[in-house]
Design a protein around this ligand. Structure first.
Ligand SMILES: C[S@@+](CC[C@H](N)C(=O)[O-])C[C@H]1O[C@@H](n2cnc3c(N)ncnc32)[C@H](O)[C@@H]1O
Length: 363
């Protein structure tokens, strides 16, 4: 069986997401995706208004501090409508992982063989170390994905398919990644020879960057061998020449002043703040003077009120995001500046996702 046939068994209807093993599973997951869209995403605004009304009627503070957030959780989680909404959210999340996991594992051997075969061919390359020592913080079951990012040999495929369902179709055909890659800052003097994508997962943003800069040498690194193995096979399926390597973003195995562009898309909220400080120092080291760093992640608590802090805390619990609350409160823009980045103006009122852009000074 060829690599593409093994992974994209039923064709590429929504782009290059791996297909599940049976039509029944695919139908079920389409149902879960639609249920998430209708019961969760479409209700988010009215649920938000309802929650704020409950807070107001109870005379609660709207300040986004920890004490008010704890009080909001206590009050709102006594309400039956909200209890049901968050129960549905958690159940749909558990259901989609259960199905994705069992369906992909049904043909685990074929899929692993396809990843092994992909390693031997280009364009592009993949490198990892079977004895790599994974820090404890990275073993959390982020997104409640079975095995998390590092402990399941199919974690790259699970993550890719799971993201498709989680995004409710917005990531189909790599649309979301193309949009995010197009927001990546060009370096001073516009010369782009080398690009590094930190915490690349399935390599979706890495591939989008390669499409924008086809002549650049593009690298995607991730702490998980299973992620980079799949990222290589996925990029190969699109004939993209990208180098993937298992590596810690806080201990980059690259020379000083090596890259014109460094990107971290949704990495920082998945690591402790102490690690993100080290990642920023390493990023500055490997960037050339005038090089750009684009950090795309959740916005900070400046743009939040107590309801959005409550929503974030629920999301952190239901979506298995232990480091998200710490990141939101950390004021990453200040940390970047303190590390020595020249910051591009940042809109603190931007909610959900925001880009923080920093340049390595020329002096
Ligand atoms: C939410 S995903 C990133 C998504 C990806 N950048 C994209 O655009 O699709 C976070 C990734 O960061 C990786 N990761 C976590 N800690 C890391 C670290 N210290 N160094 C490198 N990668 C790390 C995880 O294995 C996971 O694949």
């Amino acid at each position: 069986m060829g690599i593409s046939e093994a992974i994209y068994k039923r064709g590429k209807t929504a782009g290059v997401f791996p297909s599940l093993s049976t039509r029944r599973d695919e139908a079920y997951m389409d149902f879960i995706e639609s249920a998430r869209n209708l019961l969760l995403h479409a209700q988010q605004e009215p649920i938000g208004e309802y929650s704020k009304l409950l807070l107001k009627n109870a005379g609660k503070s709207m300040e986004p501090d920890p004490k008010s957030t704890a009080e909001a959780i206590e009050l709102l989680m006594k309400d039956n409508v909200l209890k049901t909404y968050y129960r549905i959210k958690r159940t749909l999340q558990e259901s989609f992982w259960e199905c994705t996991y069992s369906s992909l594992h049904m043909r685990k051997n074929d899929l692993l063989r396809a990843l092994d075969d992909a390693e031997k061919i280009g364009p592009g390359s993949v490198a990892y170390d079977l004895d790599f020592s994974i820090p404890e913080y990275a073993t959390a079951e982020i997104h409640i994905q079975p095995g998390g990012n590092v402990n399941d040999p199919l974690s790259g495929l699970l993550y890719d398919y799971g993201s498709k369902v989680f995004m409710g179709g917005a990531a189909d055909n790599d649309m979301f990644a193309d949009m995010q890659a197009s927001a990546v800052a060009t370096p001073q003097n516009n010369k782009v020879h080398r690009i590094l994508d930190l915490g690349c997962s399935a390599g979706v943003t890495t591939s989008a960057l390669k499409r924008i800069y086809p002549d650049a040498e593009v690298w995607g690194i991730d702490i998980s061998a299973h992620m980079v193995r799949y990222a290589h096979a996925r990029a190969l399926g699109q004939n993209l020449d990208i180098n993937f390597k298992q590596m810690l973003a806080e201990e980059l195995d690259f020379e000083n002043n090596h890259f014109d562009i460094v990107v971290a898309n949704l990495l920082f909220h998945e690591v402790p703040v102490s690690i993100s400080r080290k990642i920023l120092s390493e990023t500055l080291r490997v960037l050339r003077p005038g090089g750009s760093f684009t950090l795309i992640d959740f916005s900070g608590d400046k743009s939040r009120d107590v309801y959005t802090m409550f929503f974030g805390a629920m999301d952190a619990a239901d979506n298995g995001e232990p480091f998200l609350p710490g990141f939101v409160r950390s004021n990453v823009e200040e940390i970047m500046e303190a590390r020595g980045f020249e910051m591009h103006p940042y809109d603190p009122d931007k909610f959900i996702l925001a880009e923080r852009i920093g340049f390595k000074p020329n002096h």
